[in-house]
Design a protein around this ligand. Structure first.
Ligand code: FAD
Ligand code: UDP
Length: 391
């Protein structure tokens, strides 16, 4: 009998498996329908021996000392600060928009104070910043919004920024200085030997069993367990009872080129040209030396694997209906980007998983102290009777 069935071997599932196994001595079964661990952070050596991220570029950054220190038990790090150029008006300019972006784009020599005045002069007054369009036009005006954000967002999300919550474009700041880093978090680094290696170490414990190529539906009736941790799409868990939650997908086109370097930056964004949104050159992220180079193009898609929850009011409302159901489902815990329908970065998912672990241990300490509440073991009993050995 497993104490926990964990659905999904991504950050959410693997962090919980590690904590429950090593700290609480729980027996854990992790299943994933894919043929690998690490979820969307999975990386592997391609046929030319270059380390690539199967599901697009994953750059680790966080302000949380706790999260960084926790993961540091499972990996060494390569210091790495991410930089992005955007291809706009035939030039490659720093993204997020900063002082150099404006000077290069318009052939100016403004200083920080002058560029601040420039932004103020072009910014549009927006009484309440609600949408992803509002965020940008209220800071840098319509022209820069159209050059850098409007079409990229329309491609990426299949809808206009005015239809998306402000949180989406708020991820990308505007700067009046020359800082050209994509992120300003305190901790920015890449796992020295890759993400998959880090996940192997997270899951390397005698209390943890991992089953790949396994949809949980295929085993749930045969393998007994007490509680479930679910990290897949929450709407799918409830058989789409209230309808489908929208997710945005991507198609990744990987290529290896017979040249040592290809891009002028680790990532180049294409707001206005091409059907893809960005190209990534992996060696720039990993620091690997190799005579060839590997790149990936990201083509946004409506159908396919669910990669991005779509942040907008009506989707949040629909998710809240599922959340209510989730909260009423005994002994199943929902965690991660898909199960809580949140546009979370890796560090946020790790933090969410660590928080859930704390809640679970507090709960079990509580139960150990209090007499059993009637009905609380109902699901466990039902699941126990599913054990083929105990019909
Ligand atoms: P996932 O990694 O999606 O894991 C869920 C797992 O559940 C999957 O492996 C899936 O196969 C499995 N599963 C689902 N349903 C079932 C089922 N029925 N049965 C069995 N298994 C099932 N974050 C950053 O911090 N930095 C970045 O640079 C960054 N870049 C990104 C780029 C892209 C293109 C994408 C899509 C995401 C990026 N992220 C980035 C976000 C990051 O991928 C997520 O925050 C993180 O991987 C989420 O972990 P998770 O465990 O919640 O979900
Ligand atoms: N964005 C944009 N132009 C860019 C970069 C980002 O319009 O050059 C918008 C777009 O809507 C994108 C969002 O900002 O989805 C968040 O960007 P981020 O780079 O954080 O996206 P992710 O890495 O999560 O795909």
């Amino acid at each position: 009998m497993f104490d926990y069935l964990i659905v999904g071997a991504g950050f959410a599932g693997s962090v919980l498996a590690e904590r429950l196994a090593t700290r609480s001595n729980k027996k854990v079964l992790v299943v994933d329908k894919r043929n690998h661990i690490a979820g969307n952070a999975y990386d592997h050596y391609n046929e030319d021996g270059i380390l690539v991220h199967k599901y697009g570029p994953h750059i680790f950054h966080t302000n949380s000392k706790d999260v960084f220190e926790y993961l540091s038990d499972f990996t060494d790090w390569r210091p790495y600060e991410h930089r992005v150029l955007a291809s706009v008006d035939g030039q490659l300019v720093p993204m997020p928009i900063n002082l150099d972006t404006i000077n290069k784009l318009y052939g100016l020599k403004l200083n920080s104070f002058e560029v601040e005045e420039f932004f103020e002069s072009v910014a549009e007054k927006v009484p309440v910043v609600k949408t992803s369009e509002d965020v940008v036009v209220s800071k840098v005006g319509r022209e820069l919004y159209e050059k850098f954000f409007r079409n990229y967002t329309r491609k990426q999300w299949g809808m206009d920024p005015s239809e998306l919550d402000k949180s989406v474009t708020s991820r990308v700041p505007t700067r009046t200085n020359r800082d050209d880093r994509y992120f300003t978090d305190t901790y920015q680094a890449m796992p020295l030997h890759g993400y998959t290696r880090m996940f192997e170490r997270l899951l390397d414990h005698p209390n943890i069993k991992v089953m790949l190529n396994t949809d949980y539906h295929d085993i749930i009736d045969f393998i007994p367990f007490k509680e479930m941790i679910f990290t897949g799409p929450v709407d799918e868990f409830f058989d789409f009872k209230y309808g489908k939650l929208p997710y945005r997908s991507l198609e990744f086109k990987h290529e290896t080129l017979n040249t040592e370097n290809y891009l002028a930056a680790p990532v180049v964004n294409y707001p206005n040209d091409n059907l893809y949104t960005r190209i990534t050159e992996f060696k720039a992220l990993t620091g690997q030396q190799h005579p060839k180079t590997a790149i990936v193009y990201e083509y946004p898609k409506a159908e396919g694997d669910p990669y991005y929850p779509v942040p907008r009011l009506e989707n949040a409302e629909l998710y809240n209906k599922y959340k209510k159901l989730a909260d009423q489902t005994p002994n199943v815990h929902f965690v991660g980007r898909l199960a809580t329908y949140k546009y979370y970065n890796m560090d946020q998912v790790v933090a969410q998983a660590l928080t859930l672990y704390k809640k679970l241990t507090e709960k079990s300490e509580d139960t150990a102290r209090k007499p059993a509440i009637s009905g609380s073991t109902e699901l466990v009993d039902k699941l126990v009777s599913r054990d083929p050995a105990k019909p």
